[in-house]
Ligand binder design. Structure first.
Ligand code: SF4
Length: 324
């Protein structure tokens, strides 16, 4: 998909995030665009900053968090928008699918009533029409007996069914921007495969763009057009999925791919992991943040932090070795 000719619907410029009371920012200097019609995968290990970025986009960082830079959605700066305005955008123009569907749904309210509330912005429809629309959406995300589901409470359903309902709720908003934060992590492998199939269909119905947050490279490969790789709160590589997964430029991306079960030829009981851990925000190396774990580090990596630079058409990477 050619993203170079399309205007970005979401544009992050030099974004930093500092949690209340934290001694150092958890995310630093992230600049990236998401084009109209595009699905961007934000990938990285736990502690990479990907969920912090998602929370910043949708205004769900803890009170007192500080966001530096700008987060523009159709030109409006979400990072410095009044909370009320941002709340109004959430659930209408911006919809989210969380890792744990229980957090998205009210445990003491029937599904039908909740899906009605997700459509509060459809003042042109009466209650019966909204109910019919919600029931139809439940069928579209693959739920049998959608009428019965409408009468049930969340605790009467499995995680997989609830995640389908959460996806249906997001789609009822007809969002311009859909943020999905590890929506399959809490599910078993069979249910995960089903939900990914539904997500592939769901993203095609989003009017604008989708940001898919995951630690799973195979999810990026299946669902995304472009990928941004985060490490220790910094963007270290970006490009189209084909570019990055077929020929990763950054040693961290290469290490992530080497640990991807789908890329490991023979079945193995113990999956490889990248040796070492992601450094804490207040204990970063002086030079490249990946240097302590990098198998190809050179002398200057310990003292000089690499800039994110062009690594070919449509791609960027932050590594001293990329353009040598
Ligand atoms: Fe490795 Fe150096 Fe590149 Fe960092 S800059 S990823 S340490 S080679």
């Amino acid at each position: 998909m050619n993203n170079l000719v399309r205007e970005p619907i979401l544009s992050l410029d030099d974004v930093s995030i500092t949690y209340p009371g934290a001694p150092a920012p958890a995310v630093r200097g992230v600049t990236l665009d998401v084009a109209q019609g595009e699905t961007l995968g934000l990938v990285g290990e736990s502690g990479s900053g990907k969920s912090s970025l998602a929370a910043a986009i949708i205004g769900l960082l803890p009170d007192g968090s500080q966001i530096g830079g700008t987060v523009r959605f159709e030109g409006r700066d979400l990072a410095h928008m009044p909370a009320r305005t941002l709340r109004a955008l959430r659930g209408t123009e911006i919809a989210t699918i969380a890792q744990d569907p229980f957090t998205a749904l009210n445990p003491i309210m029937r599904i039908g009533r909740q899906l009605d509330e997700f459509q509060h912005w459809r003042g042109d429809l009466n209650r019966a029409e909204r109910r019919a629309r919600a029931t139809d959406m439940l069928a579209q995300v693959g739920l049998s007996d959608p009428e019965v589901r409408m009468t049930q409470y969340p605790h009467q359903m499995s995680g997989g069914i609830l995640q389908r309902i959460a996806i249906a709720a997001a789609l009822l908003a007809e969002p311009k921007l859909l943020i999905a934060d590890e929506p399959t992590t809490a599910l078993d492998a069979t249910t995960e495969a089903q939900i990914l199939g539904i997500m592939a269909d769901a993203k095609a119905r989003v009017r604008g763009a989708t940001v898919f947050i995951t630690h799973d490279i195979s999810v990026v490969e299946r669902l995304c057009d472009r990928v941004a790789v985060l490490y220790a709160g910094e963007l270290v590589e970006s490009g189209t999925v084909a570019q990055v997964l077929e020929a990763p430029k950054h040693p961290y991306t290469q290490a992530l791919l080497a640990c991807d079960p789908a890329r490991i030829g023979k079945p193995t009981r113990s999956l490889p992991t990248i040796p070492g851990t992601v450094p804490a925000p207040d204990n970063l190396p002086q030079g490249c943040v990946f240097a302590p774990r990098c198998p190809v580090a050179i002398e200057c990596c310990e003292t000089i932090r690499p800039k994110l630079e062009s690594a070919g058409p449509g791609r960027r990477a932050a590594c001293h070795l990329v353009n040598t």
